[in-house]
Design a protein around this ligand. Structure first.
Ligand code: URP
Ligand code: ZN
Ligand code: ZN
Length: 460
């Protein structure tokens, strides 16, 4: 199969030019002006933007969590991602404490194998680091192509590891060419505040927010960057939300250490006033919680300063009936929020269209940096000869409205209901096949491939 995309305005992290793209099989083979080779299919992209496929490196699909499972499985989640211009996601495997990493990998493969529509990979969350787990790190990096290891400094008693385990894991991961991801909030302080509010019968969603104040994130982020500085292991802070935590990273970068920062689209656009409504606020119960307007400005600035390298989603949807598990107790509301389908369009509309970030920066944080940081560049994350033909054709003028009634995520509400956006994904190509066109998905369950990743250096 061959495909010729004509006359699009091609945007990469570095370039902006009008040209044609010729694709043979799964790869881009030629980029140039007025290409005239015969092709099985020709798409006219005149007047459209042409981006690399988006990569969302932080999603939780079909994940067992807080007594239930996130409501998008690998099929519905990767299909919704494609509708929104995200051609690849990185999901999280969670080790069960007392069990091996291999057991968890097998369990996650059981749910994901042959079920994805879009491409995917896994981060391996280490929740119990010991002499046995230590031996598994090399195998994951060398044999499985899984080079990133997630750690939780919170969710005490379920996922959290202590600093002793953290340091040991960092040394091992560094030795074999991997990177450590972290959910950086202070689990002990959060635990204390949750117990205190519950005892005082303060049980509304607002108290979820109040039990994770900014200091819990700033403190843990500082501890994490100090530990990666000490061990020399590359580190990546997931879902950073606030000024206090970003200031810690700003200081750490003066030591020239390898630390990357991800924020998520919701922390750029939504704020904690959403918790000031009875149980409705449960829609935005996630960890860390939404912050203040001043934090949004800090995060946009962080993107432009190059301190925040990635905008992801932490897509972890729960239906309303699942959120109701915490109707009488905020600590039982499953934590998470749906966004994988909306990220690229929200970031374009609120970021590029409103003049907060440039087009090149948009591609950098939504497509290119996730590929670079996690060992997939230049196969993924750019438009170049030899890269996978993962391409989004985007109408920068089309207006549309977000609604749960029309989205493709398996969840019965949207955190952005009624938001009017400018800019819409029109066509999505995944490894040379037209995957989305005219609001229709044209590829089947099983088309999505597991992407093995290369070792990383911690440099962009
Ligand atoms: O609320 C969230 N973020 N749920 C998913 C798990 C995590 O902490 O990333
Ligand atoms: Zn987290
Ligand atoms: Zn997460």
């Amino acid at each position: 199969m061959s495909l010729l995309i004509k006359n699009g305005r091609i945007i990469t992290a570095a370039d902006d030019f009008i040209a044609d793209i010729f694709i043979e099989g799964e790869k881009i083979t030629t980029i140039g002006k007025d290409l005239s080779m015969p092709a099985d299919k020709v798409i006219d992209a005149s007047g459209k933007l042409v981006f690399p496929g988006g990569i969302d490196p932080h999603v939780h699909l079909d994940m067992p969590f807080m007594g239930t499972f996130s409501s998008d499985n690998y099929e519905t989640g990767t299909r919704a991602a494609l509708f929104g211009g995200t051609t690849m996601v990185i999901d999280f495997i969670l080790q069960r404490q007392g069990h091996s990493l291999r057991e968890a990998l097998n369990e996650w493969k059981g749910r994901s194998d042959n079920n994805c529509i879009g491409d995917y990979s896994f981060h391996m969350a280490v929740t119990d680091f010991n002499e046995d787990t230590k031996k598994e790190i090399r195998t994951f990096i060398e044999d499985e192509g899984i080079v990133s290891f997630k750690t939780f400094m919170a969710y005490k008693g379920a996922l959290m590891i202590d600093d002793r385990q953290m340091i040991g894991l960092m040394e091992e991961v560094k030795k074999h060419g991997g990177i450590i991801n972290v959910h950086a909030t202070n689990g002990d302080i959060i635990d204390y505040l949750v117990a205190k509010f519950r005892e005082e019968s303060k049980r509304a969603p607002l108290y979820h927010y109040l039990s994770q104040p900014e200091v819990t994130e700033a403190e843990a982020s500082e501890r994490f960057v100090d530990m990666i500085h000490y061990t020399g292991c590359p580190g990546y802070i997931v879902h950073l939300t606030c000024e206090g935590a970003l200031n810690v990273v700003r200081n750490a970068t003066r030591r020239n250490q390898h630390v990357f920062v991800e924020t998520c689209i919701q922390y750029l656009l939504l704020d904690a006033s959403l918790y000031e409504q009875d149980f409705e606020g449960a829609k935005w119960v996630m960890s860390p919680p939404l912050r203040e307007k001043k934090d949004q400005e800090t995060l946009w600035a962080g993107i432009n300063q190059g301190l925040v390298q990635v905008v992801a989603t932490d897509h972890c949807p729960f239906k309303w009936e699942q959120k109701l598990l915490g109707k009488d107790d905020f600590s039982k509301i499953p934590n998470g929020h749906p966004a994988v389908e909306n990220r690229m369009e929200l970031l374009y509309s609120e970021g590029v269209h409103k003049g907060r970030i440039s087009l090149n920066k948009y591609v950098e944080v939504a497509c290119t940096n996730p590929a670079r940081i996690f060992g997939m560049f230049p196969r993924k994350g750019t438009i170049a000869v030899g890269s996978d033909a993962d391409i989004v054709i985007f109408d920068p003028e089309e207006k549309h409205t977000i609604s749960a009634a029309s989205h493709h995520m398996n969840v019965d509400y949207s955190g952005y209901e009624g938001w009017e956006l400018t800019g819409k994904v029109k066509t999505v190509v995944l490894r040379g096949s037209v995957a989305i066109d005219n609001n229709e998905c044209l590829v089947e369950k099983g088309y999505g491939q597991f992407i093995r990743r290369n070792k990383v250096t911690g440099n962009l």
